[in-house]
Design a protein around this ligand. Structure first.
Ligand SMILES: [Zn+2]
Length: 314
């Protein structure tokens, strides 16, 4: 799994309705007047820090970070409603909900619940979101839909969450459009069977930029994880990774986004945005798109070579 200290699925079914009822009351009664983040740097800067609540920030154009200090959730706003990408974990989703409200938006305007992949730290909260926002449509890849329905993304062998039935399947290169904003789904499996990398365009200071939300490319290499060769939980993992790296390299990418705050240097860039005076928004960072792909492909190739050597295949 790609988040070693992620919290485990924790609410029993009997507790959850009460949890969400309290949450609803708290969200609709909280003070949402023009709250400005002064928490730059909290929990970020070291991979060892906990994933703690963090105020929302507008990153570029209509893209908001509404997730935590380490693990993200993105709100993509439009005049006709919003997309929410990644629900975070069961225990943490309420912070995302509060952040949407703190950012000045209405929960009822969330029209689409989309995700990067069905691992618990990104998906555990989805069942609660669906309960809270029954009008919002959960749209995923076929593979993610199957994992959500089973409540188990088994390629890592240990990620479980409350099952969710999706409202629609999105094929590779299909798109969702809302309020003039189009999000294109690119299937990039490997890290999970249904990983989706999303792309869209933003406008900043009169310039149009291509945005890529990388869906995750970490390999199963932690102790106890099944690895790349002879992975019985995910027999096609190697061919999927290879196809996905090619797909990622083919995408036009000016603005690099992903759900790891550290990967996108979230707090440094947010501080620069707030300071102002930038000729170009700091999230316009094509070098980091490439660096991300290079980093994960090199790790993948190194692991594959090591596993092949260990199996006497070289
Ligand atoms: Zn994952």
């Amino acid at each position: 799994m790609d988040l070693s200290n992620s919290k485990k699925f924790g609410f029993s079914f009997s507790v959850k309705p009460l949890f969400w009822a309290i949450l609803l009351i708290s969200v609709f009664t909280m003070n949402v007047s023009a709250q400005v983040s002064t928490d730059l740097g909290i929990g970020v800067g070291s991979p060892d820090n906990d994933n703690v609540p963090r105020d929302p920030d507008q990153l570029i154009d209509n893209i908001w970070w509404v997730g935590h200090s380490k693990v993200g959730s993105f709100l993509i706003t439009t005049p006709e409603g919003h997309f929410l990408m990644d629900a975070t974990s069961t225990e943490e989703a309420h912070d995302v909900i509060e952040n949407v409200v703190k950012a000045g938006f209405h929960l009822r305007d969330i029209k689409y619940l989309i995700n990067t992949h069905a691992h618990a730290e990104h998906t555990g909260g989805l069942a609660g979101f669906k309960q809270l926002l029954p009008h919002a449509k959960v749209i995923t890849t076929k593979e993610t839909a199957e994992q959500l329905a089973s409540g188990d993304a088994d390629e890592m062998g240990n990620t479980k969450f409350e099952p969710v039935v999706v409202d629609g399947i999105i094929a590779d290169n299909e798109s969702l459009t809302l309020g003039g904003v189009t999000l294109v789904a690119h299937h990039t499996p490997g890290h999970a069977k249904g990983v989706t990398t999303w792309s869209m365009q933003v406008t900043d200071k009169g310039n149009v930029y291509d945005v890529v939300f990388m869906g995750g490319m970490g390999t199963p290499n932690d102790e106890g994880e099944p690895g790349l060769l002879n992975n019985e939980l995910y027999p096609n993992i190697v061919s999927d990774f290879e196809k996905s790296f090619k797909t990622l390299r083919s995408l036009a990418c000016d603005v690099f986004m992903t759900y790891r705050a550290l990967s996108i240097n979230l707090d440094t860039k947010v501080a620069m945005v707030k300071q102002g005076g930038n000729q170009v928004n700091p999230f316009v960072d094509p070098q980091s798109c490439k660096a991300y792909i290079d980093l994960y492909e090199n790790r993948y190739l190194k692991q594959l070579a090591e596993e092949r050597r260990a199996a006497g295949m070289n």
